[in-house]
Design a protein. Structure first.
Ligand code: SF4
Length: 313
């Protein structure tokens, strides 16, 4: 069997930064270290840190006063930040800079009196955090059907923003519907769907047509992993989202000559390699790395962590 490994796949710069932030924070403050929400949406990453003594919380009320708390890559609302400050916690903000960019856009447009239409999934941590920057200014748009139900006349100042991990194709359908109904709607100064999401989707779209089956390594609550699975299926290729090798069913491979493997932006590479090993062991064959897009993006550790390290005043 031929195994194609999509490149790029797996960890993005934001996930690398967030994981390294928790590792460094443990070295400085020890454990228990509190992290608000999963540091990145991956079961293996979370389990690894739980074993090291990290406590993941869904509410700031769960954090004892005065403790150190890390905010995850998805970002948080100002309300969460203020709650944590109010409990005398030390804050380490591992929000991905590309999520922060969307927050900054939201604050700027809200201050200018815009109605902000956020294209994204209601309830997703990133969307909750972004909306929290200016709750009165936001309306969430999840589908093109939602556009017809919007209460605005078009006389308002309107802008759309997008969640960073959407499918470009799905977002474009909604954007087209928004522009059709509200021709004067403003678009963000630069694309909000992030480079890592875009590149992983582009690679899968380019490679899926040569495969009989696509395996996406990632957790079910990872938005960009779910999107990779959908894109493969929309390209006409059967696809499965698996957390690791234990979730693979071997009857999937009957009649399969070529399997494409990719991984969501929060999935560790060792999980991909374990799947490759299992497939080679069972079916033999060759492994090809298919380089579709080169990536060279790196984010510095958060300033709040560097201050704790004593590297910055
Ligand atoms: S997927 Fe994009 S927005 Fe999310 S952490 Fe990675 S680089 Fe940042």
């Amino acid at each position: 069997m031929k195994i194609i490994l999509a490149n790029p796949r797996g960890f993005c710069a934001g996930v690398n930064m967030a994981i390294q932030t928790v590792e460094e924070a443990i070295k400085i403050v020890g454990t228990p270290l509190y992290v608000y929400h999963e540091i990145v949406p991956n079961r293996h990453v979370v389990d690894h840190f739980v074993k090291m003594g990290v406590v993941f919380v869904n509410s700031i009320d769960e954090v004892p006063a005065g403790q150190t708390i890390v905010f995850s890559a998805h970002g948080v609302s100002p309300q969460v930040r203020n709650n944590a400050k109010g409990r005398g916690c030390t804050l380490i903000d591992a929000t991905c800079p590309l999520v922060t960019k969307v927050h900054m856009e939201a604050i700027r447009y809200a201050m200018q009196g815009y109605k902000i239409l956020l294209i994204g999934h209601a309830g997703h941590d990133e969307v909750v955090g972004t909306v929290g920057e200016a709750p009165d200014a936001f309306t969430i748009v999840e589908s093109a059907d939602d556009v017809a139900k919007l209460p605005f006349t078009g006389c308002e100042r309107m802008v759309y923003l997008t969640q960073t991990t959407l499918s470009m194709d799905d977002a474009n359908v909604i954007i087209d519907a928004l522009k059709k109904r509200y021709p004067a709607i403003k678009q963000p100064p630069s694309e909000d769907i992030c480079y890592a999401t875009t590149n992983r989707q582009y690679a899968v779209r380019a490679l899926a047509e040569d495969a009989d089956l696509v395996l996406v390594v990632g957790s079910k609550n990872s938005s960009n992993s779910v999107r990779l699975t959908e894109i493969s299926e929309n390209s006409g290729c059967r696809a499965y989202l698996v957390d690791d090798r234990s979730e693979i069913a071997h009857d999937w491979f009957a009649g399969v000559n070529t399997v494409l493997i990719t991984a969501g932006a929060s999935a560790p590479e060792h999980l991909v390699q374990e799947i490759v090993e299992e497939l080679i062991e069972k079916y033999g064959g060759q492994v090809d790395e298919a380089n579709v897009v080169e990536e060279d993006v790196h984010f510095n550790l958060p300033r709040s962590l560097r201050v704790l390290q004593g590297a910055e005043a």
